[in-house]
Unconditional design. Structure first.
Length: 224
């Protein structure tokens, strides 16, 4: 079962790095908010998203898989697990495609909430376990060295420049999106699954990186 937990997660311990995007091609980027949305009412809502990708998930076609989990305050409301449409030869490419998909879904989710009259509390929190992707997406002066990932690169960075999302790195063993992207067994993922299904624990603690590492497995290392 999934319990509805309306309390906002506390991310005060996560440093929010603010960068100046003025001298980049994303200058002036901002979230497009329709003028015909209703007046927001009720308590503020914070959206949280976890994203992951597994390289060479399909042994027949070579396609990677994208795994995304969205939470509204502390309640999981939507999840996504799907093979990517292109074959990527490196984890960086598959993770960037997943990050772009996650950013697109966050924009769509925020638009839906605004039309429902839900007040959104600032930028969405987005967590991923690939440090290279997080850094190149978040830091203005980072460069892309693989041109075929350019559109995913620019779309994700524009979401950062527009303050739609804040992208943060977490350890792979603490990322609940692993449930949606890898062939993890019950023993490896039970500690992460329990707070999501509200057997015990707090979903706000999923983003903490000081978790004990799960036992290693061949599938666990694939795509890290």
């Amino acid at each position: 079962m999934i319990c509805i937990h309306t309390k906002k997660p506390d991310y005060s311990n996560i440093p929010k790095k603010v960068y100046d995007w003025f001298y980049t091609c994303y200058q002036g980027a901002k979230e497009e908010i329709p003028h015909n949305i209703p007046q927001p009412r009720g308590k503020l809502v914070l959206t949280t998203s976890y994203v992951d990708a597994n390289l060479f998930h399909d042994l027949i076609s070579g396609h990677s898989v994208t795994g995304i989990l969205h939470l509204l305050n502390k309640t999981p409301i939507d999840w996504f697990s799907k093979l990517q449409s292109t074959v990527e030869t490196a984890t960086f490419g598959s993770e960037y495609i997943a990050a772009r998909t996650c950013a697109e879904q966050i924009i769509d989710l925020c638009l839906t909430l605004r039309y429902l009259g839900v007040p959104i509390d600032g930028s969405s929190m987005m967590f991923g376990d690939n440090k290279s992707v997080v850094n190149t997406a978040s830091v203005p002066h980072s460069k892309l060295h693989k041109c075929h990932n350019a559109l995913s690169y620019h779309h994700t960075r524009e979401a950062m420049a527009a303050a739609i999302t804040h992208f943060h790195h977490i350890e792979g063993t603490s990322n609940p999106a692993n449930i949606l992207s890898k062939h993890w067994d019950h023993v490896l993922m039970w500690a992460t699954l329990k707070p999501l299904m509200f057997w015990s624990g707090d979903t706000a603690l999923l983003s903490e990186t000081k978790k004990a590492k799960a036992p290693s497995s061949p599938q666990a290392h694939r795509g890290e």
